[in-house]
Design a protein around this ligand. Structure first.
Ligand SMILES: C[S@@+](CC[C@H](N)C(=O)[O-])C[C@H]1O[C@@H](n2cnc3c(N)ncnc32)[C@H](O)[C@@H]1O
Length: 492
């Protein structure tokens, strides 16, 4: 009954497919093996089987999701089941009322020449949350490659149609610039590229879609895959009355590329301050972003080589122990190490530090310092390899601060950086000789402190952390000079 009610004419009229005929898509109901009663979805999933493939793409809608905000997901049954197992579904009642802030720190207003936009209604400081919202739509990117345009649009239409009333209404109020079809165009103009449960999606986050673009934005966003929540935070201090902006594209591309991509996908000529600068300044800015990218590539190479060296040392032990598959692994890792040696120049720790500091400074000049999380992490690792404890901690902390705003950092990497920020001397990057000296020092100091505790209570007030004393740090730095640099050991 429901299927026959789907008006399909619109799809055909608005697509070039009309020229070659307009057959209605073949839509099937997904067989739910456990039976409909146990299905987590509000409607029976409707599917289209892509020509020549064995996996259908279907629409999965939940009205209960995120306290009734609802969601429609177009994807394969396997990915849908993975998504359903995420915290976002398993504990939706414990999540905050995403997107339903009692007092949002912005108002949506009509702005000259750019449609609607979000205007701050309070003072926001760097790091303040502006929005946290779940997407109303997640459209698997495979829709665009596996299905013909008409079939893809049909699934998108069903996904929108099945949304709860409020989300449905908000979707139709979104900005649109007619090109192909009213549903597809709205999705492509307003969606964020997100990843979840092993799939890549166009995600429409209804509230966040109101923010306009700026190449040097005052807010940054990321998508938390586990809770399916899209976060937006302030990256600068924002005064009331200021427009909240985010970037639709990578800001690390030259002005001409940015302009082209904004015009072709979003239909506007960017007039943000970074695009409107004096041509000489544009040239310098383009040069800087180019430098940033090249130098970052070099540092990633250094980091990969350092990780490879550590892995090779481990594999050497496995080979010596006669472990199965160790020889093959060593051959594979050595080949990768040789390839890196050919393409990435060799860098000493000091050079890595100088390069990372230069990248960080250029990001600052570009007003993109929130992007310098990786550069801070690499600086921290190089300082660590030099046995410079407090420089390591300083950069690890800066990496965390920028990373939290820009990426959320709740993954393994965050755990590693957090460890580094707490105590680099226990990290594998810390020079072994220095670690041994520090351990010896701390044993000596423990013994001394024990002895003095016995003698007098006053010794309890003396600083216990011996590495912090000038003598200890001198020893550390000497030891690190003497120690073989882990990152170069296998290259020589
Ligand atoms: C995701 S929507 C942003 C919100 C939109 N202005 C609205 O009214 O809902 C993207 C569209 O907003 C407009 N837009 C965004 N940033 C802009 C900017 N910096 N200058 C002019 N128009 C902009 C463009 O029409 C673009 O296609």
């Amino acid at each position: 009954g429901w299927l026959t009610n789907v008006p399909r004419g619109d799809v055909c009229v608005n697509t070039p497919l009309r020229v070659v005929g307009c057959l209605p898509p073949v839509i099937r109901e997904l067989e739910i093996l456990d039976g409909p009663a146990t299905s987590p979805w509000t409607f029976k999933p409707l599917c289209i089987m892509p020509a020549g493939l064995k996996t259908p793409l279907c629409v999965f809608t939940s009205h209960a999701f995120a306290n009734g905000r609802g969601i429609s997901i177009v994807t394969s049954p396997r990915i849908a089941s993975n998504i359903h197992n995420l915290t976002a579904f398993a504990q939706w009642d414990t999540l905050t009322q995403a997107g339903e802030l009692a007092a949002p720190p912005f108002e949506v207003r009509e702005l000259p020449g750019r449609g609607k936009g979000g205007i701050a209604n309070t003072t926001l400081h760097r790091g303040d949350r502006i929005l946290a919202a779940t997407p109303a739509l997640l459209i698997d990117m495979r829709v665009y490659s596996w299905l013909n345009e008409m079939d893809g649009i049909e699934l998108e239409r069903i996904a929108v149609r099945q949304l709860p009333p409020k989300a449905h209404e908000m979707f139709w109020e979104l900005h649109n610039a007619p090109k192909t079809n009213s549903v597809r165009d709205r999705i492509s103009i307003n969606a964020f590229a997100v990843e979840a449960a092993g799939g890549r999606f166009s995600g429409v986050v209804l509230e966040t879609s109101r923010f306009n673009h700026d190449c040097r934005p005052n807010s940054a966003y990321y998508f938390d895959e586990e809770t399916l929540t899209h976060y937006t935070h302030a990256v600068t201090n924002i005064s009331p009355g200021t427009e909240i902006s985010l970037t639709y594209i990578s800001p690390l591309s030259p002005r001409s590329h940015r302009q082209k991509s904004l015009a072709s996908t979003w239909g506007f000529g960017c007039t943000c301050s970074q695009c409107s600068m004096h041509p000489k300044m544009v040239k310098q800015s383009d040069l800087r972003v180019n430098h940033i990218q090249n130098m970052t590539r070099m540092l990633y190479g250094w980091h990969e080589r350092m990780a490879l060296d550590q892995e090779l040392a481990y594999v050497d032990e496995e080979v010596a122990a006669g472990a199965k598959g160790a020889e093959e692994k060593k051959v594979r890792l050595s080949a990768r190490a040789r390839a890196l040696n050919r393409t990435i120049p060799h860098l000493s720790n000091q050079e890595v530090i100088a390069t990372a500091e230069t990248i960080i400074s250029m990001f600052r000049q570009e007003r993109l310092d929130v992007y310098s999380s990786d550069a801070h992490l690499l600086a921290a690792l190089a300082y660590c390899a030099e046995g410079r404890r407090f420089d390591t901690i300083r950069h690890a902390q800066l990496s965390i601060e920028t990373g939290l705003i820009h990426e959320g950092l709740d993954d393994e990497l965050h755990f590693d950086v957090a460890q580094l920020a707490k105590d680099p001397t226990t990290d594998p990057c810390w020079p072994k000789a220095a670690a041994a000296a520090a351990a010896e020092n701390s044993t000596a100091s423990e013994e001394a402190s024990k002895a003095s505790q016995e003698g007098s209570k006053a010794s309890e007030e003396s600083p216990k952390v011996t590495e912090e004393s000038p003598k200890a740090s001198e020893e550390v730095s000497k030891a690190s000079q003497e120690s073989p640099k882990t990152s170069t050991a296998h290259e020589q």
